[in-house]
Write a protein of this length. Structure first.
Length: 90
């Protein structure tokens, strides 16, 4: 499945050349590599996350420490169908 194209405006907002549409301030993001929660803000432009931390934005929403997730993820799987050993997932 191909990813949808990213708009030039979203790329400009990611570089900081123009403001994002929305800054979600005061949230917590789970960093998968470290498995730690990071207190930060997320910048959104044209429906895409274009950065984190303080950014210029047209609109700002403070979420008061809420967890920020990109969407619901169906995390279930069938281990017997993966052709990998359990130890490869741990």
């Amino acid at each position: 499945m191909a990813r949808p194209p990213v708009s030039l405006r979203a790329l400009a907002a990611a570089r900081g050349d123009e403001p994002a549409d929305l800054l979600i301030r005061g949230g917590r993001v789970l960093a998968p590599a470290t498995k730690q929660w990071v207190d930060t803000s997320l910048a959104i432009c044209d429906g895409a996350v274009v950065g984190w931390g303080d950014r210029d934005a047209v609109e700002t929403i403070d979420v008061g420490g809420a967890a920020l997730v990109a969407g619901f993820v169906d995390a279930h799987m069938h281990l017997e169908s993966s052709k990998l050993w359990v130890s490869e997932y741990v």
